[in-house]
Ligand binder design. Sequence first.
Ligand SMILES: *Cc1c(COP(=O)(O)O)cnc(C)c1O
Length: 406
Amino acid sequence: MTAPVTARSSADLIRAEEPVLAHNYHPLPVVVARAEGAWVEDVEGRRYLDMLAGYSALNFGHRHPALIEAAHRQLDRLTLTSRAFHNDKLAEFAERLAALTGLDMVLPMNTGAEAVESGIKVARKWAYEVKGVPADRATIVVAADNFHGRTTTIVSFSTDETARAGFGPFTPGFRIVPYNDLAALEAAVDETTAAVLIEPIQGEAGVVIPDDGYLTGVREVTRRKGCLFIADEIQSGLGRTGRTLAVEHEGVVPDMLLLGKALGGGIVPVSAVVAHRDVLGVLRPGEHGSTFGGNPLAAAVGTAVVELLETGEFQRRAAELGATLRDGLAALSGKGVTTFRARGLWAGVDIDPTIGTGREIGERLLHEGVLVKDTHGSTIRLAPPLTITAEELRSALEALGKVLGA
Ligand SMILES: *Cc1c(COP(=O)(O)O)cnc(C)c1O
């Protein structure tokens, strides 16, 4: 990384955004111009360790050579056909993604929210056609404090008032139960229930990990009561927790998986619904679609992502470095860290509110050359690229200790 790449300063670029860019985000005051691996560089050439990794969209780091090569190769041949025609990249992507996840059919989409929306549509159709739920009566059971995206239907079953207020009227057909409460979940499932939709670990809620046995219990209840188990692994999946999927920690296979974020390798948006054939098979031509879903560039990058995960190397790194992360956070417990939850290279860290808000800790870490994101007041979330080294991880933990005054 060498000379600055733009003539305008960070401060100037931040000021320039204000009047022309919708204010739906409140970013930390850093303007990134370049990146490689676990490191980003701002307009002035300052370097930062990226401990957020695009909310897990950058599991393989910035510009992983194998992914960039796959994208370049595809850019030089074919980028978009629409699904009006076949393209020569989609079959391999679907085959390999299905094999990686142990399921057998793939519906390619683009963003995570689209995968969730698509999963809801498929589950409803399955309920009417296979389960025999009366028309327009299907329900889907979801968990409180969920995060599944930002569309009007998805915020209809959010419990976050900031995400919902002002956006009604909402889509009916959802029942919200407390997370990690099997009895409440079972009580909410009835003969109208198409599916239970949950995150195996709630990321935006602050990396909330359910008790051992919860996912097994959800699988058991949904099987016994005859509805689908949909696992939203958009953030938890694809290596982050030390396994390919977070549900693997309990050896559970859901009926439908929602994938996104890292599936696009940090290059293009790629998401997918992956399910058993008797579920996804309910879709017929014209009933659902996407202009960009399954495009050859996305398929080429997605295949390269699957290829990286097939090696097992990233899952192993996440598991091994996860121990370093946990040890580092344990050492800070009582020294600015009140509690933390961690699995693999993923942690939600609750900061003693007398030391500062999550936002303030994020700003202080920025000055120490470490990028993190706060969530819900006094919690920060750590999710570095799975390519980070042990030394880099320890330096980030040291910086955290320093800003907490430990
Ligand atoms: C990010 C996320 C989504 C939404 O993905 P987008 O690509 O932002 O639409 C859905 N579910 C979970 C669990 C997520 O973390």
